[in-house]
Design a protein around this ligand. Structure first.
Ligand code: ATP
Ligand code: MG
Length: 298
């Protein structure tokens, strides 16, 4: 199995603050890999080191078999970057934003126009190609930044929070585009997110960061299976006396005004479902958010 990224004991310090604290992980070629974590966990810092935009304070980092400390130019030509903030040029229209960026990569002149049109078509913005960037919606801007990152046909795409702040429909649209890229062009995709559902849906494997450290890593389903019970029953608005329930196969957790009962089979939860039917309980499979909250709680 070829690795697109190999990070070993990676460290990033800002003065005496450690933002990334001795993390090791591999990204396999062609997979979608997520870096998951709450605000300040170290996601963008890790992405910037992979993109050769921030030097390491310790450890080693290889991207496509090149060392980020020695081969920045080679690495930059093989990665496409979607930064956390859209940094489009507001003075240029949609297509001009792509054309100007293509100059950084010295793409052959005769093919640039065609490549831009192809990408505008891919992100469904062909009819907006003459529009000012300021007139685009948040989702359209995000799609344009993704197209821009693909101009030079990178082998690895880095997306720092691709869908933060976008509404659910637009998020779905972006997810579809990323799935399409994975299946059609076998692109290795590394994305950071604080949306557990996004990481669970899109990634083959992931790491969860907290305070710069990896607190869990692996295949999303396996992380869920090995850390929490299979089903979760959510009930809102119970008082402490009502909520109290002792059963050897059920684990109870309180999150704000919601009580969550975890068990490995639905049958075990059935008596609770019946008892609290009037409270409109929700029975669902456990998810990454359950894992994450369990780690953060501890
Ligand atoms: N240039 C910098 N100088 C000093 N501290 C920094 C710098 N960049 C990041 N940090 C600190 O490093 C930590 C990790 O920041 P980072 O931006 O990597 O987090 P993140 O996981 O991307 O968070 P978010 O979800 O908010 O984007 C934070 O505590 C942040 O304040
Ligand atoms: Mg960030």
């Amino acid at each position: 199995m070829n690795h697109a990224v190999e990070a070993r004991n990676l460290i990033k310090r800002y003065r005496n603050f450690t933002a990334v604290d001795n993390i090791s992980f591999d990204v396999v070629e062609g997979e979608t890999f997520s870096i998951l974590g709450e605000n300040g966990a170290g996601k963008s810092t890790t992405m910037r080191m992979i993109a050769c935009r921030s030097p390491l304070s310790g450890g080693s980092l290889k991207v496509g078999n090149f060392d980020v400390m020695k081969n920045g130019r080679e690495i930059r030509s093989m990665i496409g970057i979607v930064p956390q903030e859209n940094n489009l040029d507001p003075d240029l229209n949609v297509k001009e934003n792509l054309l100007v960026y293509s100059r950084y990569f010295r793409l052959p002149k005769h093919s640039i126009d065609k490549r831009c049109d192809e990408l505008l078509d891919f992100i469904r913005l062909s009819d907006k190609k003459d529009a000012k960037v300021d007139h685009l919606s948040g989702g359209m801007k995000r799609r344009l930044v993704i197209a821009r990152a693909l101009l030079h046909k990178p082998k690895i795409l880095l997306l720092d929070e691709p869908t933060t702040g976008l509404d659910p429909n637009v998020r779905l649209e972006i997810w579809e585009k990323l799935e399409e890229l994975r299946s059609v062009s076998k692109l290795t995709t590394i994305l950071s997110t604080h949306y557990m559902d996004e990481a669970e849906k899109l990634s083959n494997r992931l790491v969860i960061l907290s305070d710069g450290k990896i607190i869990s890593d692996g295949v999303p389903r396996e992380i869920i299976q090995s850390n929490v019970k299979k089903y979760a029953l959510e009930i809102r608005g119970l008082n402490a006396a009502e909520a109290s329930f002792n059963h050897p196969k059920i684990i109870m957790q309180k999150r704000g005004s919601t009580h969550i009962y975890f068990a490995d089979s639905m049958e075990v939860l059935t008596p609770l479902l019946q008892r609290f039917a009037a409270k409109q309980p929700i029975l669902r499979p456990s998810n990454l958010e359950d894992v994450f909250l369990q780690f953060v709680k501890n």
